[in-house]
Design a protein around this ligand. Structure first.
Ligand SMILES: Nc1ncnc2c1ncn2[C@@H]1O[C@H](COP(=O)(O)OP(=O)(O)OP(=O)(O)O)[C@@H](O)[C@H]1O
Ligand SMILES: [Mg+2]
Length: 612
């Protein structure tokens, strides 16, 4: 076969194969163009999940009559004025998106350049220009895309259901909108408005939090803390969830570099490292992080859809992320997620409704019993063991003794009540596991094991920070058999491990030996630790950081050293634990991101009993 040059249309279709994977990719490219054009209002309309019709309308700078035939040419861009690929300030820089989309669909661009009298329209069909003609549009640009992939039918077959494509479009638009609270966005799908974001006012943090609240939800805004840190020329801002507010996957981790949404391994790894201390490996925080660096310090030209970036000084950026997250979480102190109490209350509510036939307890209840109030008829199992404090007695005839089970241990210390502590005053220990504390407007339930585990862990960390790591030599080195690649990976990093008290070396092609371990580490967990380290190296490669993993070593220890559930505590011990929790950062969650306490507000409990 002879070699020949491909036609421009074919070249564009090949490029489209990389850049335009699905309708959501069209939205991404067009909306990015609108943002680049300085728009403050961007409206998107789709039909049938974008398969039939997509339009993006903006009030940006617009294009002139001469611009229109140019913008659909490959490698025609207004965004690289000095040909410097390392000084990219816009979303676009390649001049590739519009010709790619135009080559696989039927496209109409209508635009009016700012300051000009007339507006113009160009139509393109599968890459063929049909002509430029006068049009009428007040300002900005409207780009319409019909029958996407009609010119490359094979691609059509890869599309998912209309709903999935629509959801993808919504996510893409919402993601872009997060970084631009100063722009209004809307999305209409098959005639229905499914996203409507107004321009957010206020300072940078207020506007951003408000936008995030409108997209991610109220729970996120209420259970997150702001981060804000600078390291030399790089800055990080954003909002991150407190550890007890977490998810089973990382889909709600929104990352932005110079406002560009990215999925970046370095950043994901740093986040995981920063939270390693507070979350189990299979739980993920929810967050939106914005990293800003001078454009020359980051390469955005490494991925066809620009979803990945490379930092010139990756280590510095990593340190910035980890440092910012940790210090924000530190400031959050003992806060635990308020959704936990909400979940508890709604769970109790539900179980009360389900139980509405069980009248057993009501026979003991001699107060204002009203049979048509399900919440009283079905007094819940969970609360049956709770003896209300004297100043919280529902009424005079209430015979509390009928409700006390033998597992209730009740001790009140008068002077503890003179003060309204954040975690209240301990009133009882139930099932040798839960401390019940009272404060003026709430009941607090503390999981004593989880709380104590956390306190021990924080203490250990402090000791290590102050006195360094004590190590323990193993009498008989621990030999761990591994695939050769893993042996090499570990051996390469042995000097790093040594700094953290782990003396490990290659024994043969398929085994390593561990000679010395941090004294805090339980010997039984060495092999598990090594496997975890290997997993992390595989996942994060160069970006893997032993420091983050080391904090798990302490965690493992803390797990073994703390008070188990099932130990009786006296009132003084309980109150001491509560006061220590208040004084200890991160004590709102155990080492796996589960809460150490739940605060049930009296006003919610009152609702439960139909009292308000
Ligand atoms: N909504 C718009 N408003 C004003 N000008 C636009 C708009 N959309 C596109 N343009 C112009 O058309 C040009 C080509 O757009 P296109 O998206 O193909 O390339 P780009 O944005 O420069 O780079 P990239 O391919 O990386 O997105 C842009 O450089 C810009 O000048
Ligand atoms: Mg573009």
């Amino acid at each position: 076969m002879t070699i020949r040059l491909l036609s421009p249309i074919m070249v564009n279709r090949i490029a489209a194969g990389e850049v335009i994977e699905r309708p959501a990719s069209v939205i991404k490219e067009l909306v990015e163009n609108s943002i680049d054009a300085g728009a403050t209002k961007i409206d998107v309309v789709i039909e049938q999940g974008g398969r039939n019709y997509i339009s993006v309308t903006d009030n940006g700078s617009g294009m002139s009559k001469d611009d229109l035939p140019l913008c659909i040419l490959r490698h025609a861009t207004s965004k690289l004025p000095d040909d410097d690929l390392f000084n990219i300030k816009n979303f676009g820089f390649r001049g590739e998106a519009i010709p790619s989309i135009a080559s696989i669909s039927k496209m109409t661009i209508t635009s009016r350049k700012q300051g000009e009298q007339n507006s113009w329209q160009i139509k393109i069909d599968g890459g063929e220009v049909l002509g430029v003609q006068p049009a009428s549009i007040n300002s900005g640009t409207k780009i319409e895309v019909r029958d996407i992939f009609y010119a490359t039918p094979a691609r059509l077959k890869f599309l998912k259901s209309e709903r999935t494509e629509r959801d993808n479009i919504q996510k893409t638009l919402a993601n872009l909108a997060m970084s631009k609270p100063e722009i209004a966005f809307s999305l209409v799908s098959d005639g229905k408005k499914i996203l409507d974001l107004q321009i957010e006012r206020g300072d940078e943090f207020e506007a951003r939090l408000s936008r995030l609240k409108n997209i991610i939800g109220k729970d996120f805004s209420e259970n997150s803390v702001a981060i804000n840190a600078v390291r030399e020329t790089a800055q990080i801002t954003g909002f991150i969830s407190i550890p007890t507010y977490n998810k089973g996957n990382s889909l709600e981790q929104y990352l932005f570099v110079n406002n560009r949404p990215v999925r970046d391994r370095l950043i994901l790894g740093a986040i995981r490292g920063a939270y390693a201390d507070f979350l189990a490996r299979d739980r993920f925080p929810i967050l939106a992080i914005f990293i800003n660096t001078p454009p020359e310090e980051v390469d955005v030209n490494v991925h066809p859809t620009k979803a990945e970036v490379r930092f010139r000084e990756a280590e510095r950026i990593r340190g910035l992320i980890v440092g910012a997250i940790k210090s924000a979480l530190h400031e959050a102190g003992h806060r635990a997620s308020n959704t936990i109490a909400e979940t508890a209350i709604s769970y109790l509510n539900k179980s009360m409704q389900n139980n509405s036939g069980g009248g057993n307890y009501s026979q003991n209840y001699q107060g204002n019993y009203q049979p048509n109030r399900p919440s009283q008829v079905a007094f819940n199992e969970t609360f049956r063991t709770y003896q209300p404090a004297t100043n919280f007695s529902p009424n005079q005839n209430f015979d509390a003794n009928n409700f006390i089970t033998p597992s209730v241990k009740y001790e009140a210390v008068e002077d503890e009540f003179s003060h309204d502590f954040p975690l209240g005053s301990a009133r009882a220990q139930l099932h040798k596991t839960y401390i019940i504390a009272q404060k003026s407007d709430a009941i607090i339930i503390v999981d004593q094991h989880a709380a104590h585990e956390r306190l021990v862990y924080e203490k250990m960390k402090k000791q290590v920070a102050e006195n360094g790591i004590a190590t323990q030599k193993l009498l008989i080195p621990e030999v761990i058999k591994l695939p050769q690649m893993d042996v090499e990976n570990l051996a390469e990093r042995k000097e790093d491990f040594k700094k953290f008290g782990l003396n490990i070396d290659k024994l043969s092609d398929d085994a390593v030996a561990v000679y010395e371990i941090p004294a805090l580490l339980c010997k039984e967990s060495i092999s598990k630790l090594i496997y975890d380290i290997i997993d992390d190296i595989k996942e994060f490669g160069e970006e893997f950081a032993i420091k983050d993993r080391f904090e798990h070593i302490l965690e493992t220890f803390a797990c073994h050293g703390s008070v188990r559930a099932g130990r009786e505590l006296n009132a003084h011990e309980m109150n001491a634990l509560l006061r220590e929790m208040e004084a200890t950062p991160h004590s709102g969650q155990c080492n796996h991101g589960r809460p150490t306490y739940v605060e049930l507000k009296l006003k919610d409990i009152e609702k439960l009993f139909g009292r308000s």
